[in-house]
Design a protein around this ligand. Structure first.
Ligand code: HEM
Length: 129
């Protein structure tokens, strides 16, 4: 199997599947009152730009086309989160929301476990207080 077929991006199902995951993530964030405060509250009222940016970022982060970098340059993800208070509670809510989204779009167990670890490490790194 060529290397490009064994990326998380390809295993997930490519562009359509990444969009589906991101949309489920923000739909949940927008509707689940458990994650209203602080997670939903620190996001913009209109989540359409957030949806687009997370999709572009995850495309490259999962091993697919590096769309975010092509559009915006180096992500500097930690710096870009610097203007939002990301504490343990915000991180835990972000992770819970992403895990539920991955569950809902029915990611196969092995890939789910791999992505859970990768998201957790990235989310830990985003904390700034
Ligand atoms: C740890 C908890 C996290 C919190 C509370 C959080 C919150 C936020 C907020 C408030 C924004 C700005 C609004 C927006 O543009 O959507 C944002 C942007 C973004 N977040 Fe997070 N985030 C977290 C973790 C993550 C993780 C783990 C990733 C990637 C795996 C990620 C990727 C992004 C991206 C790509 C953007 C857009 C950056 C830009 O171009 O402005 N975030 N996040």
């Amino acid at each position: 199997m060529p290397e490009s077929e064994n990326t998380p991006y390809a295993r997930l199902g490519g562009e359509e599947a990444v969009r589906k995951l991101v949309n489920r993530f923000y739909d949940l964030m927008d509707s689940e009152t458990l994650w209203q405060t602080p997670l939903r509250d620190i996001h913009p009222k209109d989540l359409s730009a957030s949806r687009e940016k997370l999709f572009l970022f995850l495309s490259g982060w999962l091993g697919g086309p590096d769309l975010y970098v092509q559009r915006f340059g180096h992500p500097r993800l930690r710096a870009r989160h610097g203007s939002f208070p990301v504490d343990d509670q915000a991180r835990d809510q972000w992770m819970a929301c992403m895990l539920r989204a991955m569950h809902d779009v029915e990611i196969e167990p092995e890939l789910y476990a791999h992505l859970q670890g990768a998201f957790q490490r990235t989310a830990d790194f985003m904390r700034n207080r």
